[in-house]
Every structure is written in structure tokens, then in C-alpha cells.
Design a protein around this ligand. Structure first.
Ligand code: ADP
Ligand code: GLC
Length: 490
């Protein structure tokens, strides 16, 4: 089986969030089971720390009739998987990947249209034609369209099918109508059942219509996308594909996220020997400048700072709880993104410097230390297509406190108020997106830690026994690839 994964990021080269982890983890798992898998991403010169070799110095990529761009193609390997990098400095050599720190780049439609078309043009240059092109999110959602319309009748792509995976349906790539011409989208496809969306071009919507198959990164999120209230506006597009729309839960790369082998934590530990975790907690408190107190629970957060993650109700919750003298706890936060959220966290830290510490920025090492050294992991997301951090937390015996949505609902079993499900519970959960519900869940977790440490320990063992390795999802993707049929869009 030949698979081409096209994405905007890949861990090991460039990462802003979980998409990068999935591109690497899934590709490596598929490679290990014998699939001829290759990945295409842009060559972001300022973020990718290596200079891969040039494979093709110049190929011309044609988007619209008047838009022909020359790109070079570099190549490297990540976890044994061949990766092609599309080089076009005017579009990819920038200080940010998607935005300038405040707003998205205005030419993102062109930047990722180029990536999508270049991936197919590259296949033609190499005379290597995949069975399936696996696209990810709005950035590569136009690719199925190119395959169907620009390469219609092409002998090499005759059997190639496309899959579009939805990691985050909130971002849709909405661009002004005139840009349609540049990207090569025909006027006849600028209709509400395809690309047209309130007088704009919606690339994700077009992708949902043209891909041969679509899937969400968890069964829970698939159901949410089909529901008008939680579909980020595109429920009609998803409902039109309901029959061939599946949910496949992401996996976890335990090669990188296992406390027994993790080289980035101060002492390794495992389910049957947890003393290393105490060591990690002390090291974390020290690293974050918090008082070293074994008798106070620590809640960790590693997150992009964005509304998706529920900060607008988490911050008032923390404000209230941190001011209270009852059952004190500490909070450590690692994150980057929205400056407004960052400023609110800095404000909380100024008020309670011995209780909450915020590290603004991106740090893989600190992310691992937080997973290892915390007692709880806070992930109260407004929506969460899958979420990886709660899956990492389970393995590190760091009980997740989550809002019961999307993939969080599929991966964390919240402890019931009467504790009746303690034999299977792995964390704490709440339903409503407000500070009362969030506060109740945090209080439930903290009081369990103080008052019923035996039940906390049971949940910790349950959590550490969970297995979310990539083996099962990789099998599910292979079955999905095989089942795809070319969809006729006339
Ligand atoms: P999302 O993709 O929505 O950001 P996920 O939970 O799926 O959420 O994945 C987030 C990934 O990005 C995890 O691997 C997490 O550790 C990592 N991450 C997020 N923010 C940071 C940060 N500031 N520093 C280091 N890693 C981060
Ligand atoms: C997105 C989602 C996250 C998911 C990740 C990988 O960034 O926000 O929930 O885990 O993609 O699929």
C-alpha cells in the first residue's frame, strides 16, 4: 500500500500542536507495518532546524490559470519515514508558521494551496502514485479537489483516493472569493454544497465535499461535527457525508511519552514503583520557583493559549480557588499563544506567586516535566477533537481533570460523585462550559487527594494501565484506506 500524508506540520521537524504528533506517530506506525508511507510538509526555513538535501531543484506548480509557482523539493527522514519539504521562501520563510503572533497571514490560502498542489505535482515528477493521499485539516483540504478536477483523467492518479482527517474543524481556511481564481477553483464549484460559504470560499467545506472519505480524530468529535450546535457551522456539509464519516481516536507515541523510559524527566518511574514521581514533583516545583511541598497537590497545564482550551472559565475558577485557604494547591502552566490569555495568567501569578507559575513559551522538556511531576492535569477544553496531553497524563499517573467533550470524553472516565465507578475511573470530568462546573471538578479532585488518598491511588493505577498506543489506530486507518471508493462529484 502506498500512502502520501500531506500536512502543515510534523513532529521532529516543526510543531505547534497535536497535529504534528499525529503525523509523526501514525506515519511511523504505518511504516512499521510495511506501508510505503511518505510525508509532505512545507519547508519553513526559520522553524526547521536542519537543512535537508535538495531532491528536485525546481518544479513548476500550477494552481489557477495565471498562477504558476516554482518550488524546490528537499527530503529527509523522521522515524524512518521519508519526508518531502516544499521550499518556496516567499511563502514559507517567515517568523511564524500560520500567523505573525497576532493574526493569521492573509495569504494562507495561497500558502497551503501551493502545498496541496505541489504534493501532487511532486508525485508526478517522481512517477510515484499513491493509493491514498491522506490530507489533514483545512490547510490541505483543497487537495482532493485538485485530484478530482485538475488531475481528472490522469493515468497515474487513476486509482488514487483521498482521505481528509479533521483534527480541528474550527479553522476552515475562509478566503475572499477572488482568491478562488488564483487557487484554480472553478466557478461551477463555488456553490453552497461545495466551496461557497456566506460569500467566501471555505476550503475545509470544499474538502469535505470532494474527499473520497473523511474522518474525525475521535468518535466523540465526529458526533459533535454532525451536530449543528458543535459543528463550527458546517453541520450540513458533514451530514451530507454522514455515511462515510468515521471517528478514529488518535494514538500515543509511547516511544516519547512513557515515564519508564522518558529521558527528559528527572527520575523515571512506573506503575509498580512510583517513588520517581515524587522526585519529579519536587524537581518541577523547583524548576517553576514554587515552594517544595510534598503535602500540596500540583495541577499541571501544557497548552496552546487559545479559547478552544477553556481559559475563559478556567481563569475565574483558578482566581477563586487560589485565593482560598482551604485545601491549597499549586498550578504550573506552560503555554504560548493568545497574548490576552497570557496576560491574565501573568496577573494570577503576580497575585499568588507561591501558588501559580506560568512559563510562557514552547518547551518540550518542560512539557515532559509537567506531565511527570504533577498530580493532576487540567484540560477543561471548550472543544477538543481528540487531545493528546490527557492521554500522556494517564501514562504518567497524572490524573486528568477534563471537560467531557470530543476525544476527552472518549479517553477519560470521570470519577462518579458516589465513587461507585472507582474501579474504572481514570480522572475527573464536568459537562457544562462554565466556571461553576469547572470549579466543582477541580474541588472534587483536590479533596480526593487530601481526604481519600487510597482512592486517588486506585485511579492512578487505573490511569497508568491504559494503553493508547498507535497500533490500533494505525490498523483502523489501514482498513479505512482500503475501504475508500472514488467519489463522483459531478
Ligand atoms: P492541540 O493540538 O489542540 O494543541 P493536543 O493535546 O492534541 O492539543 O496536542 C498538543 C501537543 O502540543 C502536545 O504534544 C503538547 O505537549 C504540545 N504542546 C502544546 N503547547 C506546548 C508548549 N507550550 N510547549 C511544549 N509543548 C506544547
Ligand atoms: C488538533 C486538536 C487536538 C488533537 C490534535 C491532533 O490540534 O485540537 O484535539 O488532539 O489536533 O489530532
Amino acid at each position: 500500500m502506498k500512502i502520501l500524508v500531506v500536512a502543515s506540520e510534523m513532529e521532529g521537524l516543526v510543531k505547534t500542536g497535536g497535529l504534528a504528533d499525529v503525523v509523526r506517530g501514525l506515519s511511523a506506525a504505518l511504516k512499521a507495518s510495511g506501508v510505503d508511507i511518505r510525508v509532505v510538509i512545507p519547508y519553513y526555513k526559520q522553524q526547521i532546524k536542519q537543512t535537508p538535501d535538495v531532491l528536485l531543484p525546481n518544479i513548476t506548480v500550477s494552481l489557477g490559470a495565471n498562477c504558476h509557482l516554482g518550488v524546490a523539493v528537499r527530503h529527509t527522514e523522521v522515524s524512518g519515514v521519508p519526508v518531502y519539504l516544499i521550499e518556496h521562501d516567499r511563502l514559507y520563510d517567515r517568523r511564524g508558521i500560520y500567523d505573525d503572533g497576532y493574526s493569521a497571514f492573509e495569504d494562507n490560502g495561497l500558502r497551503y494551496g501551493l502545498l496541496s498542489k505541489a504534493a501532487l505535482t511532486l508525485c508526478e515528477s517522481l512517477q510515484w502514485f499513491p493509493d491514498v493521499v491522506h490530507c489533514n485539516d483545512w490547510q490541505t483540504a483543497i487537495l482532493p479537489y485538485y485530484l478530482k478536477r485538475h488531475f481528472a483523467g490522469h493515468a497515474g492518479f487513476k486509482k488514487t483516493r483521498s482521505l481528509l482527517t479533521l483534527h480541528n474543524g474550527f479553522f476552515q481556511g475562509r478566503i475572499p472569493n477572488p482568491d478562488r481564481i488564483t487557487l484554480g477553483i472553478a466557478e461551477s464549484d463555488y456553490i453552497p454544497s461545495r466551496f461557497e460559504d456566506h460569500h467566501m470560499v471555505n476550503l475545509l467545506k470544499g474538502g469535505v465535499a470532494f474527499a473520497d472519505g473523511i474522518n474525525a480524530v475521535s468518535p466523540g468529535y465526529r458526533d459533535e461535527l454532525l451536530n449543528p450546535e458543535t459543528s463550527h457551522g458546517l453541520w450540513q456539509a458533514y451530514q451530507a457525508r454522514e455515511k462515510d464519516f468515521v471517528g478514529i481516536l488518535n494514538g500515543c507515541d509511547y516511544g516519547h511519552w512513557d515515564p519508564e523510559t522518558d529521558p527528559l524527566i528527572s527520575k523515571q518511574f512506573k506503575k509498580s514503583a512510583l517513588s520517581g514521581k515524587k522526585h519529579c514533583k519536587k524537581a518541577l516545583q523547583k524548576a517553576m520557583g514554587l515552594p517544595h511541598k510534598a503535602g500540596v497537590p500540583v495541577c499541571g497545564i501544557v497548552s496552546r493559549l487559545t479559547d478552544q482550551k477553556g481559559f475563559y472559565y478556567l481563569i475565574p475558577t483558578l482566581e477563586r480557588l487560589l485565593a482560598s485557604q482551604d485545601m491549597p494547591f499549586q498550578v504550573v502552566i506552560l503555554g504560548d499563544g493568545d497574548p490576552v490569555i497570557a496576560n491574565q495568567l501573568i496577573g494570577l501569578q503576580t497575585l499568588h506567586p507561591d501558588r501559580i507559575r506560568f512559563h510562557r513559551g514552547y518547551s518540550d522538556a518542560l512539557a515532559h516535566e509537567i506531565e511527570a511531576g504533577s498530580d493532576f492535569f487540567l484540560m477543561p477544553s471548550l472543544f477538543e477533537p481528540c487531545g493528546l496531553n490527557q492521554i500522556y497524563s494517564l501514562k504518567y499517573g497524572t490524573l486528568p481533570i477534563v471537560r467531557s467533550v470530543g476525544g476527552l470524553k472518549n479517553t477519560v472516565v470521570g470519577l462518579a460523585d458516589d465513587h461507585a465507578n472507582q474501579a474504572i475511573a481514570t480522572g475527573f470530568s464536568f459537562n457544562e462550559a462554565n466556571n461553576y462546573a469547572c470549579q466543582a471538578a477541580v474541588e472534587q479532585a483536590i479533596s480526593l487527594w487530601y481526604l481519600q488518598p487510597d482512592i486517588y491511588a486506585t485511579l492512578q493505577q487505573n490511569a497508568m494501565s491504559q494503553d493508547y498506543s498507535w497500533a490500533a489506530p494505525a490498523k483502523a486507518y489501514q482498513a479505512l484506506y482500503r475501504s475508500l471508493k472514488i467519489k463522483n462529484v459531478t
